[in-house]
Design a protein around this ligand. Sequence first.
Ligand SMILES: [Zn+2]
Length: 158
Amino acid sequence: MGIFILLPFRIEDVILVRGPQRTSVVFRYSRGNGQLTSDMTWPLRGRINSYYGYRGSEFHPAIDIEGNKGDPIVAEASGTVVSAEWDGGYGNSILIEHENGVMTRYAHSSKLYVTTGQPVAKGEKIGAVGSTGRASGSHLHFEVIINGEHTDPLDYLK
Ligand SMILES: [Zn+2]
């Protein structure tokens, strides 16, 4: 038997995630023009060893930034943590909602320093570089998602 929740907005606009106490947390994705009111900061400084786009037949919806295990990963803009937990091939993964339809994901962390529902500031330490999940070598897999669609993070980073 399932649990049905009546939501006051369209189902495509929400994500249901489990909070730290295994209670359901409802987030509303913001939608908008995909523009942040301030520049993004780099979540990790390092060599980019994989770009956004096709790798053979597989589409890579992110950039991979090399780092050493334990190096700090920071939030690229202020926002709210939508999830910070193990997520299959992403390993320890953090998803942050920002403003105007912008979300970011930080995957393969060795450590998570934030929890679901927590507000974060731009530049705040949220995790540590690792190789958890489907990863070869320590790196940060960094995605930018606009209104639910992946886009090239390098269009946002300066
Ligand atoms: Zn990647």
